[in-house]
Design a protein around this ligand. Structure first.
Ligand code: FMN
Length: 198
């Protein structure tokens, strides 16, 4: 039996601080669970996976948030572990950040955080996309709130400290999940690039 045949199902992981990446991972899980039996997504801050679990997956899905220009450290550690696998399963990578609220910044080439993450870990993801996250000033501490308001001022986003906006395009998340399912059935073999946001 080949390694591929022995592989179980999709394995879903997320790295979050404010919960939006978890919600996105859970949404993907909900879609995939309609077609296969799989475990709920795991928080990398709580449960770093064993290498054997990664190697056994048919596809690995990572949804990781950005803070101050970088993906969360547990996502970096996860990708380093993934890269060290002798025969890594296909990787479906989703970055969650506010830059991706602009349609041109939702692809692996257009989103600098995603592009740099792929380059730094020398990844060849089967799918890579950036999803816009949530902006909720009331959740943030005073300093974070002021810094993010300033960034929003520079990038023409909302600066009202009462702002609470979910920018995530759920149809785009659905499309990502469908492509993950396609990867497992072998239907989609080309890299994913989102060029538009609905
Ligand atoms: C302290 C802080 C720093 C952030 N830094 C960035 C950033 O550098 N670039 C960006 O596009 N979004 C940034 N964001 C926005 C987050 O990526 C966005 O809120 C995302 O939804 C967070 O994901 P999470 O809820 O899974 O933690 C930042 C948010 C916070 C609270």
């Amino acid at each position: 039996m080949s390694t591929t045949n022995r592989r179980r199902g999709a394995a879903l992981y997320y790295a979050t601080r404010d919960g939006q990446s978890r919600r996105i991972a859970e949404h993907i899980f909900g879609r995939l669970a309609q077609c296969e039996t799989l475990s709920p997504p795991k928080d990398l801050a709580l449960t770093p996976p064993a290498a054997a679990d990664l190697a056994a997956a048919s596809v690995i899905v990572l949804v990781a948030a950005v803070r101050y220009g970088k993906h969360l450290p547990e996502a970096d550690r996860f990708l380093a572990a993934y890269r060290s696998l002798a025969s890594p399963p296909p990787l479906a990578l989703a970055s969650v950040n506010l830059t991706a609220r602009k349609p041109a910044k939702t692809t692996a080439t257009g989103n600098a955080y995603l592009r740099k993450l792929i380059a730094r870990h020398r990844l060849a993801p089967a799918l890579a996309v950036a999803f816009a996250g949530r902006l909720d000033y009331r959740r943030y501490g005073w300093l974070d709130r002021q810094i993010i308001r300033f960034i929003m001022l520079l990038t023409r986003g909302p600066t009202d400290p009462e702002t609470n906006v979910e920018y995530t395009s759920w149809p785009a998340v659905d499309e990502f999940a469908a492509r993950i399912a396609g990867l497992q059935s072998g239907a989609i073999l080309h890299p994913m690039t989102h060029t538009s946001k609905r």
